[in-house]
Design a protein around this ligand. Structure first.
Ligand SMILES: *[C@@H]1O[C@H](CO)[C@@H](O)[C@H](O)[C@H]1NC(C)=O
Ligand SMILES: *[C@@H]1O[C@H](CO)[C@@H](O)[C@H](O)[C@H]1NC(C)=O
Ligand SMILES: *[C@@H]1O[C@H](CO)[C@@H](O)[C@H](O)[C@H]1NC(C)=O
Ligand SMILES: *[C@@H]1O[C@H](CO)[C@@H](O)[C@H](O)[C@H]1NC(C)=O
Ligand SMILES: *[C@@H]1O[C@H](CO)[C@@H](O)[C@H](O)[C@H]1NC(C)=O
Ligand SMILES: *[C@@H]1O[C@H](CO)[C@@H](O)[C@H](O)[C@H]1NC(C)=O
Length: 406
């Protein structure tokens, strides 16, 4: 608890100050991230993202009936990025979904927990309810290995009951703000994330995590990179522009930012408002009113089969860039970046020759404190570095920002 208070104090101090440039560590630790797009029934892609968005909003607002504040996560079963994580000594390797929208690390979906001499049962039970499922089990501490970084006494949840997760993962590596674990473990303590502990134990010299996703034209590929302790300069071009985490709730509970969105040079889509970047959301979700403005501006129609917006070849030829302005810096999402990879159309129940857009309806109107989610369709075009220690997140262009890969 004392540790958490310190963290809060640091965050408060960081909010008051102007965000200073992020110091890049010379020798950070990088781990490959594998991307998987699984087949889903028609219309599931938007439905799953909206379910997650609704849960993130309600939990952050303290609404949602039985949901506790930290019961916050809807797992995206359709598309996800995973990393290989070692647990125990000798370590067993688990495939964990990487999620900045939550902070519990849990295993037990596919592979069961292999206990070793470093396994330590805390005697506490743990339970997290998800939009599409839930798990419950026992809270342990154990040695966790991420690449060459070894973390002692890391809190991990060992599920004995899971519901609604794909069997391709063993669990989740939650790297969002550790305050999100509040209320999940009996006894009530906040569980520091792997990032918190790696920093506290001196394995990394900055409490930062750099995330590189890249566009891909096939369902399964290991083209991402997760960097602990800093950023990887081979994965971005130009500067990293830093923004302070938004003060607006519920976005402030996550990797939250303030942003405006415009279409082309002069069509406003969303005025300055709070939302989040999230590795657990596939699409780019905009509040319903902003989404309507985007739909109108593009001339797209809603495709009932996929649930996505669909445009004709002529409309695609006329599509303008969508500009996301964060802390006075414009991030340009070119027309090609606004469309679902055409080689993956059939995976989402679409027609191979159609053009679908990755901008979708958040499912609620703007002005509610979480008005957009820049999911990984967005994050595949921009590098980001989350620095909880400073309460900031930085963004940069990449070699894929302007590439015509979709
Ligand atoms: C991990 O390996 C990198 C080089 O690959 C090195 O720079 C870094 O210091 C190592 N970290 C630890 C904790 O050993
Ligand atoms: C298990 O946890 C307790 C309480 O944190 C600690 O005192 C003990 O050293 C741990 N044991 C191992 C084997 O890590
Ligand atoms: C799962 O673990 C919890 C916490 O230790 C325990 O209370 C519960 O009985 C266990 N359930 C099953 C089905 O083993
Ligand atoms: C589940 O885990 C086992 C290893 O215990 C692995 O061989 C298998 O491929 C995994 N299942 C899936 C669907 O990935
Ligand atoms: C999958 O896509 C990645 C990135 O576009 C590419 O590097 C890789 O070769 C592709 N793999 C296959 C089997 O096509
Ligand atoms: C739709 O777009 C037209 C111009 O293309 C504009 O005049 C009109 O105001 C827009 N309507 C809405 C609701 O945004």
């Amino acid at each position: 608890m004392a540790r958490f208070s310190t963290l809060l104090a640091l965050c408060a101090a960081a909010t008051a100050a102007t965000a200073s440039p992020f110091v890049v560590r010379d020798s950070p630790v990088s781990l490959p991230l594998a991307r998987r797009v699984a087949f889903t029934g028609a219309a599931r892609i938007v439905e799953l993202d909206q379910a997650r968005a609704a849960l993130l909003k309600n939990v952050g607002h303290g609404k949602g009936g039985q949901l506790k504040r930290a019961d916050l996560e809807a797992v995206n079963q359709l598309t996800h990025y995973t990393v290989e994580v070692g647990i125990g000594s000798p370590a067993t390797t688990y495939t964990l979904l990487v999620d900045t929208g939550s902070a519990n690390t849990f295993i037990g979906v596919n592979q069961t927990y292999v206990k070793t001499s470093t396994s330590n049962d805390t005697g506490n039970s743990v339970s997290v309810t998800y939009g599409s499922g839930r798990f419950s089990g026992e809270q342990f501490t154990d040695t966790v290995t991420l690449g060459n970084v070894t973390i002692q006494n890391q809190g991990i949840s060992v599920a004995n009951q899971t519901l609604g997760f794909p069997s391709t993962i063993d669990g989740i590596l939650g790297i969002g703000p550790s305050g999100l674990t509040k209320g999940t473990v009996s006894g009530g303590q906040v569980v520091p994330t792997v990032l918190d502990n790696a920093f506290e134990q001196g394995a990394i010299t900055a409490e930062a995590i750099g995330i590189s996703f890249e566009p891909a034209s096939n369902a399964s590929t290991a083209n991402g990179l997760l960097t602990l302790g800093g950023s990887d300069s081979s994965r971005f071009v130009g500067n990293i522009n830093v923004a302070t985490i938004t003060g607006t709730s519920p976005a402030s509970n996550y990797v939250g930012i303030d942003q405006t969105v415009r279409y082309g040079n002069d069509t406003p889509i969303l005025s300055q408002t709070a939302g989040i970047v999230d590795t657990g959301t596939t699409l780019i979700l905009l509040a319903s009113d902003a989404f309507a403005a985007y739909k109108n501006a593009t001339g797209a129609v809603t495709d009932t089969t996929t649930g996505l917006l669909k445009i004709t070849n002529d409309q695609y030829a006329n599509l303008q860039s969508l500009f996301f302005t964060i802390n006075l810096v414009d991030y340009e999402l070119i027309p090609n970046a606004q469309i679902w990879p055409r080689s993956l159309n059939t995976l989402i129940g679409g027609d191979a020759n159609s053009i679908y857009l990755v901008v979708a309806d958040l499912g609620s109107k703007s002005g509610e404190g979480l008005d957009f989610i820049n999911g990984y369709s967005w994050l595949e075009r921009f590098y980001h570095v989350y620095v909880p220690q400073r309460n900031t997140v930085g963004f940069a262009n990449t070699q894929y920002t302007h590439s015509e890969v979709n």
